[in-house]
Design a protein around this ligand. Structure first.
Ligand code: MCN
Length: 793
């Protein structure tokens, strides 16, 4: 346990300590409760009949064989769900933007638009028998032409939704400064086509739903990141009062953005339970997860950067074609826009413009996957800056330093219209270079060359926008219609002095139970062990806004801190009343609320609770010790960092091996360095995995080629080096904790560091640019092309 706080001061409290996670014992001993561990008497199992076609009209559905089976209770098709109040939601309606948003129902009605589109549901008594029975549902399709290539789709037909007469979803732009003037000023202009391919969230636990409609009320357990949003839309779509709908996200075995969704299966299970009067359970198979759980990225960008000869970037223009797959889901069209706000990265670029076009294809829809738009933006700016450095013959780190927003400028209003709350980019880069000796690297590189291996190093200096909340900014930009972006926390001190925290965020691996307990423990003079953190249940605690956009700590954690502060203030008043002292003289010290200067004179939280619950409180004060906060910050928070990656490439096979990965991140004050390290590790794997291994691939007929973990290259520990991590601490001025998010930071930084390293390694072979995924085949092809003097891939 560390005795030094994150800012070097002596460690007195629990915040800042690398406490092991409170939740881990139950997780690693198999005692945690996931949706599939919950059984209700009389449950019907659901199996979903899905389309094998990427695009087709449904001409008939014959359910008779399935219905005849003794073990089948019911079979429903899209038409049976005609009493749903509306289709699945898309919650981004930006003012002034025309959005093509075709209806998307939990079961397809007339047409299927991607492989796996649901067509019918079979309910029965036995988990496995329903799967057999589903195979007995005969669906006749009339195949329609398929389009999977977004660049072809945007050119014209065939159309995914014929009635629209276009595959274009929308156009959206964000610009600041004067792009033309910026390019006029530039002495060098470079352009690249940057491909950010499609990936899957691939959580360990696939999705699962258990719905029980009973006596007019609905309880739904779902493996979701957003139980409060699921409740809202269940109520809307089923025409129920929210008060009669309870959604519980029990243990969630990873989400990575893929469970930030209102899925058809959630609505379907609830509808089926209401219809049959029985609990209904659906557990996704891995194959379904790969085919129908929303995917992410899938952007092709044409980027153009202008700079002066000294490397000063004068203009940065990005045109993104974003492949949304077959439908808009909850936030689909918003995702590329999230990247646009930080398109200028951590650089002082006066003229920045991002133009986005969304396009439908006959593929699974895309939406948020860890980083959601920001990894793509970072990849573009970081890779292009390296290209610019090469063009100008300037060192890659030097060009970064010349363009960094100086620390004196913070809070810094940037061209994209947002205000970066805090930053010290030189500090993180300098710290990175304490770990990475670039000169020594050059020596190693030569040695490796002598062995026939091409070694390269790549850097990524990033910033991101997170702590997604400020309703006053997100609302007018069309995000969170009917929602708002604050977060809630209720802290309750029980009669015994035990503490329960109800948070509106709901973790799926981040360790909130530990970090939030540390925050409260310090404020109330108790051990984190006696602070229970309750989450993911709309039936307990106040209304919440859940987990995405690395918001839990900066928004939810701040709400927890504020509620705990309110309790501490009340406790101080009670102690002052009991001990005949002034409230200002009461301090929390060594597990007690004691009188300053008289440490023996004090009360423990248990003693204070004893007093408040028998109403021994000052006149006019309510009994009890329970406080709620709904916190809506004034601004986002902008974590940043500097990452370096070293790779070796075998030019004969094109195989890339990551030798070293070093990350220095700055997420402000650390609540728990161990949690941060875990998040950074996981985040890096995500970005590195995309760069080198992971790719969702559809063939021209819209068939998913990467439908299992045999074909989808999820990296394992065997492929990865041991990560080296460090931090700098630049507190955020936005919240009292001084914290910024970290849940996506690693992912946002990593793919650019890896790609830049691969390009660096390949330069002696004549390859000066390459797009992900950096598979052996693609790297080998790029080398072959370059050797032939052709244009690299
Ligand atoms: N933390 C801290 N000090 C800081 C910053 C964060 O101790 N200065 C801790 C927090 O207390 C929290 C964790 O780090 O325990 C992450 O906090 P935060 O950055 O606020 O992010 P969220 O909790 O909101 O998590 C969301 C983010 C996202 S958007 C995805 S996607 C994601 C992720 O985090 N998916 C994950 N991390 C994941 N981790 C796991 N194991 N599984 C996923 O599915």
């Amino acid at each position: 346990m560390s005795a030094v706080s994150t800012n070097g001061a002596p460690q007195t409290g629990h915040v800042g300590r690398a406490l092991r996670r409170k939740e881990d014992p139950r997780l690693i001993t198999g005692r945690a409760r996931y949706v599939d561990d919950i059984s209700l008497p009389g449950t019907l199992w659901a199996a979903i009949v899905r389309s094998p076609e990427a695009h087709a009209k449904i001409t008939s559905i014959d359910t008779s064989a399935a219905k005849e089976r003794a073990d089948v209770h019911a079979v429903f098709t899209g038409r049976d769900l005609s009493d749903l109040i509306g289709p699945l939601p898309c919650a981004w309606v930006p003012p002034g933007v025309e959005l093509n948003n075709p209806e998307h129902w939990p079961l397809a009605r007339d047409e299927v638009n991607h492989v796996g589109d649901p067509v019918a549901v079979v309910l029965g008594e036995d988990r496995y028998a329903v799967i057999d029975a589903a195979e007995g549902v005969v669906v006749e399709y009339e195949s329609l032409p398929v389009v999977t290539d977004p660049e072809k789709a945007i050119e014209g037909g065939p159309f995914v939704h014929e009635q629209l007469g276009t595959n274009k979803v929308h156009e959206w732009s964000l610009s600041g400064g004067d792009l033309d003037a910026g390019f006029a000023e530039a002495e060098v202009v470079i352009e690249r086509r940057v491909v950010n391919h499609r990936t899957a969230g691939a959580p360990i636990e696939p999705r699962g739903v258990l719905a029980e409609h009973r006596a007019g009320s609905l309880t739904l357990w779902s493996s979701t990141q957003v139980p409060h949003f699921v409740r809202l839309f269940l109520a809307i779509l089923l025409g129920m009062s929210e008060e009669r709908v309870r959604v519980i996200a029990p243990e969630v075995g990873g989400g990575f953005g893929a469970k930030l969704q209102i899925y058809g299966e959630e609505i379907l299970a609830a509808w089926c339970s209401r219809k049959t009067g029985r609990p209904v359970k659906w557990i996704e198979t891995r194959t379904e997860n790969m085919a129908v759980t929303h995917q992410g990225r899938d952007q092709i960008a044409h980027v153009k950067m202008g700079a002066k000869k000294d490397g000063t970037v004068t203009a940065w223009h990005v045109k993104i074609l974003a492949d949304f797959g077959a439908y808009n889901m909850l936030l689909t069209p918003l995702i590329p826009s999230l990247g646009a706000f930080v398109m200028g990265g951590c650089y002082k670029i006066p003229n920045v413009q991002t133009d986005i076009v969304g396009v439908f294809t006959n593929k699974c829809p895309t939406d948020a996957i860890r980083g959601a738009g920001r990894p793509e933006a970072t990849h573009m700016v970081e890779v292009t800056l390296d290209q610019m450095a090469a063009e100008l013959g300037i060192d890659r780190l030097e060009i970064r330093r010349r363009n960094f927003i100086p620390k004196e400028d913070f809070p810094a209003a940037v061209a994209t219209g947002v205000v970066y709350d805090s930053g010290d980019y030189v500090k993180t880069l300098d710290k990175l270079l304490e770990h990475v000796d670039v000169q020594a690297f050059e020596h190693e590189r030569e040695q490796q060359r002598a062995n026939g291996v091409y070694r390269g190093i790549g850097f990524s200096t990033y910033t991101e926008i997170c702590g997604l909340a400020p309703s006053r900014i997100t609302g007018p930009n069309g995000v969170g219609v009917q929602a708002g972006g604050w977060e809630s926390a209720m802290v309750r001190v029980h009669n015994t002095g035990a503490v329960t925290v109800y948070t509106g965020t709901s973790p799926h691996g981040q360790g909130h139970e530990t970090g939030f307990a540390q925050i409260v423990a310090d404020r109330l003079g108790v051990d984190p062990e006696v602070v229970e953190v309750i989450h993911g249940d709309t039936g307990t605690g106040p209304e919440g806004r859940n987990t995405y956009g690395s918001r839990s700590l900066a928004v939810g954690g701040e709400a927890v801190a504020r509620s705990a502060n309110k309790i501490a203030d009340k406790a101080k008043a009670v102690v002052a009343h009991q001990l005949e002292a002034a409230p200002e003289d009461i301090e929390v010290r060594d597990g007690k609320f004691s009188v300053r200067g008289s440490p023996d004179k004090g009360m423990t939280l248990a003693e204070i609770a004893g007093a408040v619950y028998i109403n021994e409180v000052p006149d006019g004060m309510e009994p009890g010790l329970e406080e709620t906060t709904l916190y809506d910050p004034e601004n986002f928070v902008f974590p940043f960092g500097a990452h370096a990656c070293v790779v070796d490439i075998d030019a004969e096979t094109g195989k890339v091996k990551v030798i070293r990965y070093v990350a220095v991140d700055d997420c402000g004050n650390a609540i728990n360095p161990l949690l941060i390290e875990g998040q950074v590790h996981g985040g890096i794997v995500h970005g590195l995995g995309q760069a080198l291994y992971e790719r969702v691939h559809y063939d021209e007929d819209g068939q998913l080629v990467t439908g299992t973990f045999v074909d989808y290259g999820l990296p394992t520990a065997a492929e990865l080096p041991s990560f080296e991590t460090d931090r700098t601490v630049t507190p955020s001025p936005v919240n009292s904790l001084g914290v910024k998010g970290v849940g996506e930071a690693g992912t946002i930084a990593a793919s650019a560091a890896v790609t830049n390293a691969v390009i660096d390694a390949l330069r002696p072979l004549g390859v000066d640019y390459i797009n992900m995924p950096l598979s052996p085949m693609r790297v080998w092809e790029a080398i072959s092309e370059a050797q032939k003097g052709g244009v690299p891939a």
